[in-house]
Design a protein around this ligand. Structure first.
Ligand code: SER
Length: 577
């Protein structure tokens, strides 16, 4: 049995319900591009909203972290990874969480206790040292020298605000060298394998306060722990990757040794591209947000395929994607459902990049009558997807110099910009569901229902995004809305608001919900038991909430803009005033 199955089986045996992995693109959370941790889709529940599945949950969650995209190529960075997690929503706390972590590591994974060490929260001016966690670890047989209190690394929060708390990280001695008695956080032979967060606080602009209940959030990375269990020091040599690497080696007719970097990049980037393009959010390569990340991943993989002298016009990318699709589809149904979508995304983006490659070469000819400055090199990279190595190579053939430092400077500036953009996006995440955002959420349901009457009964939600200033709603529709349609939609939503319709929430099985005609955009996201929000008898949708109690709370609904979003999809921006 593999790690994922062992983990789920263990926590189910401890009374947990397995919940499905949420899509990689968070729904109704404009604060992040992708889910970056298992707890992220659970933020509303960690903040106190009841979860339809109860108080003990476990899952494996698809996560994507792109801050380190350019680091991929070493033995352990990945842009996509799976995170195992178990949660207590006001149910058990430190004793059970730590005891079960220990039991799973030592009795299920059979890790000898001599190879383990832990860190715990050392305390700060707001929160005391975690003596309780220290005592529990001691009682389980972890020696005092292997229990290390720290203040900086042992407090966990996703971003700037939201649920948070002291944590306890578990480390594994990943080396054949003799195991030291004392844990040393500076010694990278100690590798972190699991994190138990005791989420009893929430942080907002006013500081830290207690949450209504004490929660547990844990996270274990599948890639890293699999490599450890299989005794390999390079994650890409573990069973998660070895067949993909072997395929790339066969396609390129080159050995892994000596070509590790490009092969790891191709393997990692194609896998992430597969999961993004199979996601129910329908992301396609583009120049913004998630679509831009998808584009960068595919192009970088192509560039490295070229470096390995793979004929990029051949079906190398399809072969790799097919291997990955087949490998993961047992765990993620959307890979099966969107098999052809994924293959087409890769095929089309490759065609497009081949076109800019040609244009970029022509541009290079134009600028190559003198040494290449940093700005030009960056322009070739940024606009034509030209790797700096290619520009360097072309320049040297002509005996030209290239200002690599100037290029790096431009690159860093650009990276800074995109980093701060993504940090900015994190602020005030789902956790900050304000009153106005809650109102917009209910207005979204009304708009979804109204469009079916005023425009076309087959209009369905394709996406939504809510900020404190406005709501944005994407739906399928083959034409630009006429003024009459817009007016009728606005009037209908306002009529429902004036009627003061009650918003009701019911729990039922997914089948019952679908049968009752409830709308649902991401079917695989939902567990077997779901919450359905009904508004009077005008709207019924599967949804995690939150919503207002009565539509009379919404004020006046006004459409500010109606525009095309993508082929066959229209976008409405609206406000409540
Ligand atoms: N949220 C914590 C982490 O990502 C534990 O799940 O490490």
């Amino acid at each position: 049995m593999n790690l994922k199955d062992l983990y789920i089986e263990f926590f189910v045996s401890k009374g947990h319900k397995q919940i499905p992995s949420a899509p990689v693109v968070p729904e109704n959370d404009p604060s992040v591009l992708f889910n970056t941790a298992g707890m992220q889709p659970l933020i509303p529940y960690l903040m106190g909203q009841p979860h339809p599945y109860g108080t003990r949950l476990c899952d494996y969650q698809k996560c994507i972290r792109t801050n380190d995209l350019d680091e991929v190529g070493d033995t352990f960075h990945h842009t996509f990874f799976e995170m195992l997690g178990n949660w207590s929503l006001g149910d058990y706390f430190k004793k059970e969480a730590i005891t079960w972590s220990f039991e799973f590591l030592t009795e299920v994974l059979n890790i000898p206790v001599e190879r383990l060490a832990v860190t715990v929260f050392a305390g700060n001016s707001d929160i005391p040292k975690d003596e309780e966690a220290i005592n529990i670890w001691k009682s389980l047989g972890i020696k005092e020298d292997r229990i290390c209190p720290t203040s900086d690394d042992n407090f966990w929060i996703a971003g700037e605000t939201g649920p948070c708390g002291p944590d306890s990280e578990m480390f594994y001695w990943r080396s054949n060298d003799p195991i030291p008695e004392k844990f040393d956080s500076e010694d990278n032979r100690w590798v972190e394998i699991w994190n138990d967060v005791f989420m009893q606080y929430k942080k907002d602009e006013n500081g830290i306060t207690e949450l209504p209940s004490k929660n547990v959030d844990t996270g274990m990375g599948v890639e890293r722990v699999t490599a450890i269990l299989e005794g390999v020091n390079d994650n890409y040599l573990s069973s998660i990757w070895s067949d993909v690497i072997e395929l790339i080696s066969n396609i390129s007719k080159l050995p892994y040794e000596g070509n590790e970097k490009s092969m790891r990049i191709i393997a990692d980037h194609i896998r992430t591209a597969v999961f993004i393009s199979a996601d129910s959010s329908g992301i396609k390569p583009s120049n913004t947000d998630q679509g831009y990340i998808l584009r960068r991943l595919i192009r970088r993989a192509i560039r490295h395929a070229k470096k390995l002298n793979i004929d990029i016009n051949s079906d190398w990318d399809q072969q790799i994607a097919i291997l990955i699709l087949n490998k993961y589809k047992k765990y993620y149904k959307e890979l099966e459902d969107n098999y052809n979508v994924v293959l087409n995304v890769l095929k089309e983006e490759k065609l497009k990049f081949n076109r800019t490659l040609e244009k970029g070469l022509r541009e290079f000819e134009k600028v190559s009558n003198k040494d290449i400055d940093g700005e030009t090199a960056f322009h070739l990279f940024d606009t034509y997807g030209f790797p700096i190595e290619l520009t360097e190579e072309l320049a040297s053939e002509l005996g030209l110099k290239i200002d690599i430092e100037g290029y790096k400077e431009k690159f860093r500036e650009h990276q800074e910009k995109s980093r701060s953009a993504s940090v900015g996006k994190f602020k005030g995440g789902l956790a900050g569901n304000s009153e106005i955002e809650t109102k917009y959420h209910t207005a979204t349901h009304l708009l979804n229902a109204a469009l079916k009457i005023t425009v076309d009964k087959d209009c369905h939600q394709r996406g939504s995004n809510i900020t404190v200033d406005r709501m944005r709603f994407d739906f399928n529709c083959d034409h630009k809305l006429t003024d009459e349609e817009k007016q009728a939609t606005e009037e209908l939503v306002n009529k429902w608001i004036q009627e003061g319709l009650d918003v009701r929430v019911d729990e039922m099985t997914k089948e019952e919900a679908i049968k009752s005609g409830a709308e649902c955009m991401f079917i695989e996201k939902y567990p077997d038991i779901v919450t359905v929000y009904s508004i009077g008898d005008v709207s019924k949708e599967l949804c995690g909430g939150p919503h207002v109690k009565n539509t009379s709370e919404l004020g006046h609904f006004k459409i500010k803009k109606e525009e095309a979003s993508s082929a066959g999809v229209r976008r409405i921006k609206a406000i409540l005033e």
